[in-house]
Ligand binder design. Sequence first.
Ligand SMILES: NC(=O)c1ccc[n+]([C@@H]2O[C@H](COP(=O)([O-])OP(=O)(O)OC[C@H]3O[C@@H](n4cnc5c(N)ncnc54)[C@H](OP(=O)(O)O)[C@@H]3O)[C@@H](O)[C@H]2O)c1
Length: 330
Amino acid sequence: MAKTVVVTGASAGLGRAIAHAFASRGDRVAILARGEQGLAGAAEEVRARGGQALVLPCDVADAAEVDAAATQVEAELGPIDVWVNNAMVGSLSRFLEMEAEEFQRITDVTFLGFVNGSRAALKRMVPRDAGVLVQVGSSLAYRGIPLQSAYCGCKHAIQGFTESVRCELLHDGSRVHLTMVQMPALNTPQFSQVRNRMAKHPMPVAPIYEPEVGADAIVWASEHKRREVWVGASTPAVIIGNALVPTAGDHFLATTAFDGQQAELEPDGGPDYLFAPRAEDMGTRGRFSDQARTRSRQLELTKVLPDWAAGMVSAAAGRGLGALQKLLGG
Ligand SMILES: NC(=O)c1ccc[n+]([C@@H]2O[C@H](COP(=O)([O-])OP(=O)(O)OC[C@H]3O[C@@H](n4cnc5c(N)ncnc54)[C@H](OP(=O)(O)O)[C@@H]3O)[C@@H](O)[C@H]2O)c1
């Protein structure tokens, strides 16, 4: 049966691929973002894939705008079944070179935008005792990297925020499901629109996947009772590696992640999208398709594991990690 789905940041990149993926099932998809051109392009593609599109121009940093959008979704499309928090802005810059208002803005959109979306979704889902809230995460929710201090802070904050709210839902016996999908590097237009203070063009840290791989994981996560879904072999490697040897991670990233986040490409030329959207349709994929993977065997394996087995594996892995940490004196 067709569902009512909300996707924030659906005018470009992963959010747009997520809107496509739900539309392909025939869902009613509300697409929230700021840029008119991107929203119009995304809506056309949703309809072309057999979905119903509702365009809602909205700045997710504004709690009242997000709540008003949710009210309009329910009035026009019906009760929200799935809400996907995805919108972001960011910059590639050393922390000490960032202005205070830039750091604040990234946090307002990339962290508080998720909080605003979660509030709007849960205040409607919890009284009905039904619905799924999906947070788009990253391996950087567990591991900070250089030149992305604000973004990494936001992703860590979302991870902690989500755990707190999940515990509250469990305490109250709610059947609303809250899950977080930790993504690998994705080939999206993010790297053409973030603020950049480095000499070269921003790029995702390899291995890079096309956004459709991430979108497939989001749709799947919305239908299964997993606490988290990890996408791409690099994601468990980063999260588990960081839990075991964080200091080695610091030194590895200090050596590799400055160059690893910059490409020898012609500059895009446009302004960054921190405070206002780009005045053009940025599309779904970025500039790195020549090196992006179109499938993840790790995700395929995750999907064939039954939910109960995944829960047992996670619990066992958690206990194993705890025991190992004790053994290492951590
Ligand atoms: N790309 C990666 O390598 C990667 C890796 C791991 C996780 N992720 C996660 O994937 C998600 C999407 O990232 P992406 O790479 O697809 O980014 P992107 O290509 O830059 O797209 C960001 C989206 O957010 C929207 N947006 C920005 N500011 C907004 C605001 N104030 N209010 C509403 N919408 C806003 C943008 O539209 P407008 O400008 O039109 O508003 C756009 O639709 C993020 O949560 C990110 O953390 C990405």
